[in-house]
Design a protein around this ligand. Sequence first.
Ligand code: NAD
Length: 496
Amino acid sequence: MPHHVNWTERAQALKADGRAVIDGQRVAAVDGQTFAKHSPVDGRFLTDVVRGQRADIDAAVRSARAAFEDRRWAGQAPAARKKVLQRFAEKILAAKEELALLETLDMGKPIQYSMGVDVTATARCIAWYGEAVDKIYDEIAPTGDHALAMITREPMGVIGAIVPWNYPMIMAAWKLGPALAAGNSVVLKPSEKSPLTACRLAELAVEAGLPPGVFNVVPGYGHEAGEALALHMDVDAIGFTGSTRVGRRMLDYAGQSNLKRVYNELGGKSAFLVFEDYGDIARAAQTLAGSMFFNQGESCNAPSRVLVQDSIADDFVKLLAAEAPKYAPADPLHPDTVLGALVDETQLKTVMGYIDAGHSEGAQCVAGGRQARTDSGGYYVEPTVFAGVSNEMKIAREEIFGPVTSVIRFKTEEEAIAIANASSYGLQASVWSLNVNRAHRVARALRAGTVHVNQYDEDDMTVPFGGYKQSGNGRDKSLHAFDKYTELKTTWLRLD
Ligand code: NAD
């Protein structure tokens, strides 16, 4: 992390542009409407942002469709698309400081992570799909001598991407990478809470040689621009990341319109199971705190239900309560800060409401629990740990999406599995045990898209990411993501 950069000074000089990008051009809304974007870091005004409506979505979809139909992108050889996407990734890295600053000011995460995680992961994702696309072969079916059946993958057409504010660039890249590499056009609707980096990414893509119209961005509210995109008759698929509440609506929109494919990446309430045989409970507590409080707890996979075996529970809670204050909220623009601001006042109120619910349902708050840095003008909450939680309490059932975790005790392996699976979500889970049989047994029994064993930090573009149950369908990342943005075509040839 370069300490030579004075981020506070840079932030004062920064000029953000909240206009849409359609057909390769920065544009205002058709009706000229905007909304004011303030920073959760300190409440400062950042810029006016396009408040996209149906007319803006129509223009973006028309542009995307035209680009797809004339094959200016899909018609290029995979190796040519690869080169453009690699250049796009290089442009992202070259604009690292600007993008990181925009991300931090827009949604409040510490600048060291915007720099070291968000920008780098975004560039890697785009490059990874670019690099993959000229190494994937199609298939010939084993049908016998009389005929030839080719199974080929074709781009779907126009993909709508609707993404949240917690990792604005990374969530966009997880859709853009596979969708663009496969030859589709994309219309991206970023969250109204974090629109600024998305617009900049679209400009960088054009500079890298992506033909105009292939990647359009329309900022705006969910119930306006988002709804118009999800209901659009000329959008072939929606890649959605966000809440389970809105994911449900995506399925409705598809049903009401053209049955577009809907891929939902939704919420979570991931369980972290610590068995007495693991031994090094300090390490387990450190890992838990690091993963839970990263990104202010605003992570879909945050380990927010900690299941600890009775015999070690008291010691574990003490260790975890001692870890939490190490993640004290501080100025996101300071290079050493590890926990920044929540995204806005609404989120602050939601998180504080859950903390109140924890108290009133009888859980014991053993760390944090209060709002912090109130004189900053921003929205900060202390890293918070509740002990004595039961899985029926509101704080154990619902996704809080803030720095609040709950410790639940269990006696046996069967009970631990039952509690972990007693959730409407199934995004991730973690098992801590040195007994190889138990670790495998429990990992198999857990209904979650990713199970970690004796760690929670592993993450790579090469593995799928997504959930069971109401955490979603489809998978982002890895080669499996191509399934979402391509159609399989069978072509039969008679052989005489
Ligand atoms: P959200 O559902 O409120 O919003 C997500 C996006 O949907 C935003 O762009 C929003 O404008 C849009 N939207 C809202 N209402 C809409 C509507 N009626 N029609 C169309 N679009 C609409 O979610 P959020 O608060 O931005 O993000 C937090 C959620 O995202 C959490 O539940 C979190 O778990 C989830 N998430 C999941 C993953 C994953 O990969 N599974 C990753 C990150 C975040």
